[in-house]
Design a protein around this ligand. Sequence first.
Ligand code: AMP
Length: 478
Amino acid sequence: MKDKCGIVGIHSKNSSIDVSSSIYYGLHALQHRGQESAGIATFNSDNINEDTYGDKNGLNHHCGMGLLIDAFKGDIINELNGEVGIGHVRYSTTGQSKFENSQPFVTTFNDFSIAIAHNGDIINSGRLRRELIAEGVEFTSDTDSEILCHLIKREFLKTSDMIETLENVSNIIMGSYSLVILVNGDLYAVRDPAAMKPLAIAEKDDTFIVASETVAFDVIGAKFIRDFKPGEIIYFKDNKINSHIISKADKTKNSHCMFEYVYFARPDSTIDGKNVYQVRLNIGHALFDKFPIDADVVMPVPDSSIPAAIGYSRASGIPYGEGLIKNRYVGRTFIMPTQEERELAVKLKMNPLVSELKGKKIVLVDDSIVRGTTSESLIEIIREAGAKEIHLMIGCPPVIAPCYYGVAMASKDELIAANNSVEEIKEKLGVDSLGYISVDDLVDSIGIPAEELCLGCINENYPTEIPSDLEVESYYKF
Ligand code: AMP
């Protein structure tokens, strides 16, 4: 089970401030990063009340399945008051979806409680799990976060020092990780030495906030301070930002995930100094430069490709228009085992605007093609609506290999571009032309040198070695 998600951590400088509702709203802004489950853990030093497990250690903890609004029904959020806390939204993959895998993961020992929330994939987790089991650890979930929790506990019992503990753990684990960790009332936030996943820090009045994306700061009115550096641990001793760089970071090259810019992050976020909306506009411009089509209208596959479609329209002068209306209330509430049901699901989610499509030459922009099933259904819908020509422009180079670091793409045999040429994909999808952005143009659009990006899924050049027993997962489409 992998962990690809959104995380928030808040430290307040004074114990009368309650952080639980700010964590909740911050997580709301990160809901796009995960809809499978949500959870919050806080620590309240003034009121060492019983936690969910009946322990009196100041820790309050609640997790629930589904969207935040489902996971935190009624008055639960008010029962989680504390001056420091962390939160998590979990992403849906075709792996097992169960309550035990929701985060933050919490453990207590001696006088300590640890809560941890994780975004990323620990790629040697299989071996680490087996080792911990051999040491007598009993696991209650399938998550990497539980492994991290036990490793932290083990190393902390040896060192009694969290920085030393996190240094030791970073030498044991491989993969991507942005973490928020609550050790009693102390908040630690960590970005892996390759800085694969985003993590940033902001400030508001008497609180410090860390979050996966800057949109979480906007919603609570916090002022962005900066992105975490690669391998940076930030903690808040004496109510100040204290920073420590994990020694391994010296020997590790930056590998920021390019897919955050292409699809995963919200367009109104800025990651590592690059505004996601601007990157997507650039992608649209680059697509027009390479594939200038003479068309009547440029249309996005809503929502993620809207900025790229606007970019194409601005560069070409071809009007931007809508041709597919998205039903925003179709969540991933059901799994469709048959092809017929999957087709129905696409129709449920996207309805064509016949008046805008009929007889038109269309440039259709999408952020990426992974398995190709979505594009195939959408092209069929647009054809049925009477479009004269469909030119499909894709804002991500062909996805030819799995992601092992937290973006559940799919296995190689499921990836359409791993098994077909662009010409073959064009034929399969039934489009008049198909244009994929090139790797160089994508890199230029992002504005970060290729050497500092992870492009593993599009060039198979992975930033770490890949254990042979690693399994990959696909995402749920609905
Ligand atoms: P498909 O080609 O049918 O697998 O679907 C591709 C579409 O799914 C893309 O246009 C994105 O909008 C979306 N998508 C791509 N990658 C992911 C992912 N890892 N998780 C969720 N949705 C994704």
